[in-house]
Design a protein around this ligand. Structure first.
Ligand code: ASP
Length: 291
């Protein structure tokens, strides 16, 4: 983790906590925390989002609160600075849970959400820029993807947050630019409720990072919540499900897990996971690894 990322994470924790301290809802604390990370350009979300193999940034985000099980998400949204806010507006202003692609983008524009600022220099590009999709170009996209899969190069920089407010409500959020070397149109776990995140006041809140393909197949966030509901601690629940992810399908992920009584755990089976917490005293804790 770079010093700039560490400072940004600490600032995001302070902003989220201040909202809770002033009596604000966990949902808004989660949204504002993630919003700062999206805006920073330092993580794989918002300004810093990865590009798909055609050179386009398509982002996924979701948010959920545990009192009413309200949830909203966007997938493959383009040109919007704060996909997490678009997700909250899907939850609050529509009868739906998930909007995708150009229609998600149109919805966010209709809500007058800020656009992604134009990049001054080309951002991290995980593939080749291929503006149109002729058959030959499509073949090149597939070849580029297979080659990069062989190198095993992937980066885990999704941003996420979980919070518990003074009303006893938990919330979780996630926002991402996806993984390295994605085919255009690829959607990961982050906008899928139960996979990339879950929140229920009766068991807790979970936000995931890592290779979405594995997280989706084991419905990881909801599976961790089910373990919490069965009486396991956040640390035990996270460890157990992450181990299963590795042993069953060689998955790779990290989890933020919070129980309704305020116990929490940060666990990962990736070599590295930049994360932190703050309970309002001293300085926020921010680290790159959690045992
Ligand atoms: N989970 C995200 C995805 O698969 C990537 C990440 O966490 O970095 O899209």
């Amino acid at each position: 983790m770079t010093p700039a990322q560490a400072t940004c994470l600490a600032d995001a924790l302070v902003i989220g906590y201040a909202i809770l301290e002033q009596g604000g809802p966990a949902l808004i604390a989660v949204e504002c925390t993630i919003g700062l990370l999206e805006q920073s350009g330092l993580f794989n979300a918002g300004r810093g989002a990865n590009r798909q193999l055609d050179g386009v940034q398509r982002m996924d985000a979701s948010i959920m609160e545990g009192a009413q099980l309200g949830a909203g998400a966007v997938a493959s949204i383009e040109g919007i600075l704060h996909p997490i806010t678009a997700a909250r507006l899907v939850m609050e202003d529509t009868p739906h849970v998930l909007l995708v692609g150009p229609q998600a983008t149109k919805f966010a524009q209709h809500c007058q959400l800020a656009p992604l600022p134009k990049a001054r220099s080309p951002r991290r590009n995980t593939g080749r820029d291929l503006p149109s999709a002729s058959a030959a170009q499509t073949m090149r996209l597939y070849r580029a993807m297979l080659q990069s899969q062989r190198t095993g190069k992937d980066q885990h920089g999704t941003v996420g947050a979980v919070a518990l407010d003074g009303f006893g409500t938990v919330a979780a959020g996630a926002s991402t630019g996806g993984v390295d070397s994605m085919l255009p149109g690829r959607v990961g776990d982050s906008p899928l409720i139960g996979c990339g995140l879950y929140a229920d006041n009766q068991c807790g809140a979970v936000s995931m990072t890592g290779m979405g393909e594995g997280i989706i197949r084991l419905v990881v966030a909801k599976t961790i919540c089910d373990c919490l509901a069965a009486g396991k601690s956040p640390a035990v629940a996270a460890r157990q499900v992450l181990r299963m992810l590795v042993s069953r399908i060689q998955g790779s992920a990290g989890a933020l897990v919070l129980s309704p009584d305020g116990r929490f755990a940060i666990k990962h089976v990736t070599p590295y996971m930049a994360a932190g917490w703050w309970k309002g005293r001293g300085k926020p804790t921010v680290r790159g690894q959690f045992p």
